[in-house]
Design a protein around this ligand. Structure first.
Ligand code: 13P
Length: 285
């Protein structure tokens, strides 16, 4: 089917308390593993791209891959832009056919975050494209953004309420709740009470960033508390590398690339299916 907007998918996920996996894809093979994994699980799925990855491959080629992959399956596939501070990139994604984008003004002072997010909101609403926006500071590294763990800041509930009043049609809202991008150094400390307070005052679906390394229990508690979009990047990137590296170790004399591409695809697809099963979105397409 044609690529889908993520907002209705996430609204339903939040009300039925399951999570939709959003994978940061790397190339065509990675996007193929994500979409095929979703198809095998009959699950809605979000294919998302970092700005760095878009700069590598280009807007149109990526949109073309995802469109053709989506056309080949019968589960809803959304095409989303992950953390982006550049309205020019957002405009180009909209023109190329992305169904949603994230504007990340979280490093700005709160009022400035609101005024910058407003520009992205106007742009996306006019184009009929979904918007994700963030407040607080999620720890770790994502694309070119680094927030030291001791500088991560939980989103304040009153600020979440004020922020969302400005943007009632957000597709998904990303408040920092203690998770971090990348590989966790210690045990992740999720502020469940804060999350519950936010979701009792904000009915927009919540995005859970920093999915790699969370336990089954942590995913489940967050999803039960309103997290509808669950972001996975680092795990998928490591499987992208390991798919090649493991086969190279097993068969050092193999010089034909296609078995490597297939091994990589199978490993990534397995990871995608495991996450879908964990988040409860299997059969929800
Ligand atoms: P991980 O790299 O921890 O999976 O986080 C992904 C993410 O939140 C992308 O925005």
């Amino acid at each position: 089917m044609a690529i889908s907007p993520m907002k209705p998918m996430l609204k339903q996920a939040r009300s039925e308390k399951y999570g939709i996996a959003a994978f940061n894809v790397i190339d065509y093979n990675s996007a193929r593993a994500v979409v095929d994994g979703a198809q095998e699980m009959s699950a809605p799925i979000i294919v998302q791209l970092s700005v760095k990855t878009i700069r590598l491959w280009g807007f149109k080629p990526i949109a073309d891959w995802v469109r053709s992959l989506s056309d080949s399956v019968d589960v809803p596939v959304a095409l989303h832009l992950d953390h982006c501070k550049d309205l020019g990139v957002i405009r180009r994604c909209i023109d190329a056919g992305w169904t949603s984008v994230m504007f990340d003004g979280s490093a700005l002072p709160f009022q400035e975050n609101i005024s910058q997010t407003k520009l992205a909101y106007e742009l996306t609403m006019a184009a009929g494209v979904g918007l994700e926006a963030e407040i607080g500071a999620i720890g770790g590294t994502e694309d070119d953004k680094f927030v030291a763990e001791d500088e991560a800041i939980l989103a304040a509930v009153d600020e979440c309420v004020e922020f969302c009043q400005h943007f009632p049609d957000l597709a998904v809202f990303a408040p920092a709740i203690g998770t971090a991008h990348g590989v966790y150094k210690g045990k992740p400390k999720i502020a469940y009470d804060r999350l519950a307070e936010i979701t009792s005052s904000v009915d927009i679906p919540i995005a859970l960033h920093g999915g790699t390394g969370l336990s089954t229990e942590q995913f489940s508690r967050c999803i039960q508390s309103g997290c509808a979009k669950v972001n996975i990047s680092t795990m998928h990137k490591l499987q992208f590398i390991d798919g090649f590296a493991d086969l190279r170790k097993q068969k050092p004399d193999l010089g034909e690339p296609i078995p490597f591409i297939e091994a990589q695809y199978e490993l990534m697809k397995k990871g995608v299916k495991e996450m879908i099963a964990l988040f409860g979105s299997q059969g929800k397409a």
